[in-house]
Design a protein around this ligand. Structure first.
Ligand code: HEM
Length: 507
């Protein structure tokens, strides 16, 4: 029979239908085999009952109780328990320092599910990249966080904090107001000034900042995509209304970073100051990206550059906004600790209206309060890895290569076998003599090991500056009518906002 005759009896669209069916059956068989393997390999880790199709997705209702559910399960299933997101995706959730230590001493890649969902937004920047690419970029970017680079940032952070405490925000005296939004603008202002030498006026402009709004939307959509199993497919997500919204928000975020890079390149060109910048002592982070060269004199491509700028723009403002908002909230709830911090800050600043590098080490009690707040409300409540080799934990239980392991930072920080009265705000836990009695992996807000947070000193400095500048001027008062309902959305947020009241210190 000639080929044309075959198509007469068996038209082309039937042929494609059969091909699709075969591909579907093949994919399903692979997934089912993988599911059986995962069920077998997690048998040694008992965990909560799961639905055969949805797994544990509906256990987490997004109503402010999800993270406490992790803690509850943690009490029932010590060290680790499996959590399923749909019929095929399983994470071993670990919530004990001894387990975390085993995972974080490796340079293993980030997991290939959740992090894949943010790659079209922040590109293959330092946060998501792996292997040689990650190693090369980490080495190129580490000088950007050297002590000499961070030092002049303190004055810039102080300026941004002053704009916040002078502005309309803090004029809402004695009326409860929502903090997170204002603090986000302040941390964005600060990262733009420090890392990108870019003055944005984002705190003083009226209306909602489009970049901040896009980050909020993207965080929501990434979380939704993770919870909605069919959205794990790029094809289905891209055709969905949520995929459409995601692309729109990405475009807003990218145009913001493109503008920052464009302006900087323009300045460099106009002033022909390349040589001057190269030799100037206080390079900012963008300078370091633009002039970074490895041992083969290779710099970053335009795409690499944009990925890093997108990564640092997001990581550098949303995490610290979460951290600062919850610290201010904790201090509002604990006036006795707030008072000690204020006295210490007044003494350190000695009448000055700004904070300087030397002052950062003069506020140890405030630093302990910051750490205690990071323990109770970790800005990054969890992160995960895909392990590239079988991993055996200290108690002999193992997970095979290719498994997904999630670190519940919130779970570790509230683990009652590690912390006495874990829900109580007690900054004295961070006295040096108490710290030395604990595992270094009991407190991991910035992760640990080779893939720890590159910006942790930047973040700690910024948190100290903002808390000092705020407490110097205002008394923070709890608003019992609005307790935050916390939720993990890449960073820790509150679905009903974070509300406090303020009163001037010297009216
Ligand atoms: C309170 C503020 C912050 C917290 C709690 C925090 C926390 C973390 C955590 C837990 C990780 C590990 C994530 C993972 O393994 O997936 C991380 C990584 C990272 N952070 Fe931060 N971060 C903060 C602020 C910052 C700032 C201010 C910057 C930049 C200026 C930054 C840049 C990064 C980058 C680039 C990575 C990836 C590092 C790598 O994989 O080599 N972070 N951060």
């Amino acid at each position: 029979m000639a080929l044309t005759e075959v198509f007469v009896y068996f038209p082309l669209h039937h042929f494609f239908a059969v091909l699709c069916f075969v591909a579907f059956v093949y994919k399903l068989t692979v997934l089912l085999a993988k599911r059986r393997f995962t069920i077998q390999s997690t048998e040694v880790f008992p965990g909560p009952q799961r639905h055969w199709l949805f797994g544990h997705v509906f256990e987490f209702k997004q109503d402010g109780t999800d993270l406490d559910k992790f803690v509850k399960y943690g009490r029932q299933y010590p060290y680790a328990f499996p959590l399923w997101f749909g019929p095929f995706v399983c994470f071993l959730n670990i919530h004990h320092p001894d387990y975390v230590k085993t995972l974080l001493t490796t340079t293993g890649p980030k997991d290939d599910i959740a992090y894949r969902f943010i790659t079209s937004w922040i590109g293959e920047g330092l946060l998501v990249s792996k292997g040689q690419r990650w190693f090369r970029h980490r080495r190129l970017l580490t000088p950007g966080f050297h002590y000499d680079v961070l030092k002049p940032y303190v004055n810039l952070m102080s300026e941004s904090a002053k704009t916040m405490t002078n502005g309309n925000v803090m004029q809402r005296l004695m009326n409860p107001f929502e903090l997170f939004e204002h603090v986000s603008l302040m941390t964005l202002d600060s990262i733009l000034k420090c890392a990108f030498s870019y003055n944005s006026n984002c705190q003083t402009e009226s209306g909602t900042n489009t970049y901040i709004k896009a980050v909020y939307e993207l965080s929501y959509l990434v979380n939704l995509r993770f919870r909605t199993f069919p959205y794990h497919s790029d094809f289905i997500f891209s055709l969905s209304p949520h995929g459409f919204k995601y692309r729109k928000a990405c475009r807003v975020a990218h145009s913001h970073t493109a503008e920052v890079i464009r302006k900087r390149k323009e300045v460099l060109k106009a002033e022909k100051e390349t040589e001057r910048v190269k030799t100037k002592r206080n390079l900012d982070f963008l300078d370091i990206l633009l002039f970074a060269r490895d041992e083969n004199q290779q710099g970053l491509s335009d795409e690499d550059l944009r990925a890093e700028v997108d990564t640092f723009m997001f990581e550098g403002h949303d995490t610290t906004a979460s951290g600062i908002s919850f610290i201010l909230y904790c201090l509002a709830c604990h006036p006795e600790h707030q008072k000690i911090c204020r006295n210490e800050i007044m003494e350190a600043l000695d009448g000055k209206d700004t904070m300087e590098w030397e002052d950062l080490s003069k506020i140890p009690y405030t630093t302990m309060c910051i750490k205690e707040s990071l323990r109770l409300y970790p800005p990054v409540p969890g992160f995960s890895r895909t392990i590239t080799k079988p991993m055996t934990f200290f108690d002999g239980r193992s997970m095979p290569e290719g498994s997904h392991v999630g670190v519940s930072v919130y779970g570790i920080h509230r683990n009652a076998t590690v912390w006495e009265n874990p829900d109580v705000f007690d900054p004295l836990r961070f006295l040096p003599e108490n710290v030395s009695k604990r595992s270094p992996h009991a407190f991991v807000p910035f992760s640990a090991g080779p893939r720890n947070c590159i910006g942790q000193n930047f973040a700690m400095n910024e948190m100290k500056v903002v808390i000092a500048m705020t407490l110097k001027r205002y008394k923070l008062i709890e608003d019992p009518a609005h307790k935050p309902k916390i939720i993990p959305r890449l960073v820790l947020r509150s679905i009903n906002g974070i509300h406090i009241k303020i009163k001037p210190i010297n009216p």
